[in-house]
Design a protein around this ligand. Structure first.
Ligand SMILES: C[S@@+](CC[C@H](N)C(=O)[O-])C[C@H]1O[C@@H](n2cnc3c(N)ncnc32)[C@H](O)[C@@H]1O
Length: 210
């Protein structure tokens, strides 16, 4: 058990791009992730992203939750649109096991967003959500390319990026590049509470795939 919420957050955002370190960190945290995040830390990420995605998809859309973790986003999506079909992918098997127990997902698979998503064909998903994954210490902006590839034309991609990583981490630039290449359009970017108790905000980004 990791002691304080501050230690957890600091550790989470200092993992760099070492995939094994990220996997080890979430393997250790998985069992207490939901209660630590929702009760001790105070987490709004899953709710704000689900709310944003649901404004842009039909009631029966096929959704990918990329970096689904323990399934908090799946629960928030199903609360808003019960007939969605939701697949989830994540790097950490133990986190996926927790998602499985939530019962909100159709398929759950291990995948690394640093790498090409070879199991996934082009133009499949009618909406993609990715919360708490594109950030400092996790997946960089290049991970967006694969999400754009596997989303259907016209599909929304909703992501959260911690406020201080949005420009410094190259996400703003990457989105501008996707727009310039005609691959996606930025529909909205809003500074939103992410860990409200800690006064930490994120940029809530809504893209539309071309
Ligand atoms: C902060 S958690 C967010 C989980 C969930 N989206 C939520 O909002 O509760 C970050 C998740 O990203 C996953 N992750 C980190 N790096 C990844 C990568 N390269 N590929 C896929 N998943 C990754 C971790 O295993 C972890 O479950």
């Amino acid at each position: 058990m990791i002691e304080t919420e501050y230690v957890i957050l600091k550790e989470a955002y200092s993992l760099g791009t070492d995939v094994q370190a990220i996997k080890d960190f979430y393997t250790e945290w998985a069992d207490t992730y939901d209660t630590d995040l929702l009760l001790a830390i105070g987490y709004a990420g899953a709710e704000i992203a689900a709310e944003a995605l649901c404004k842009h998809v039909s009631d029966t859309a096929l959704i990918l939750d990329a970096g689904c973790g323990t399934g908090l986003v799946g629960i928030e999506l199903i609360k808003r649109k019960f007939d969605l079909t939701i697949d989830g992918i994540d790097l950490t098997p133990v986190m996926l096991e927790h998602s499985r127990k939530k019962g909100a997902y159709r398929k759950l698979n291990e995948a690394d967003l640093f790498e090409p998503l070879r199991e996934h064909e082009d133009d499949v998903y009618e909406g993609i959500v990715c919360v708490g994954v594109f950030s400092k210490g996790h997946v960089g902006p290049h991970g967006l390319d694969e999400l754009v590839r596997i989303a259907k034309p016209g599909a929304p991609i909703v992501l959260t990026v911690l406020e201080d990583a949005f420009e410094d981490g190259g996400f703003k630039e990457k989105i501008e590049q996707l727009e310039a290449e005609g691959l996606a359009k930025l529909l909205d970017v809003t500074l939103s509470p992410y860990y409200p108790k800690q006064e930490i905000s994120c940029q809530l980004v809504v893209l539309e795939v071309a």
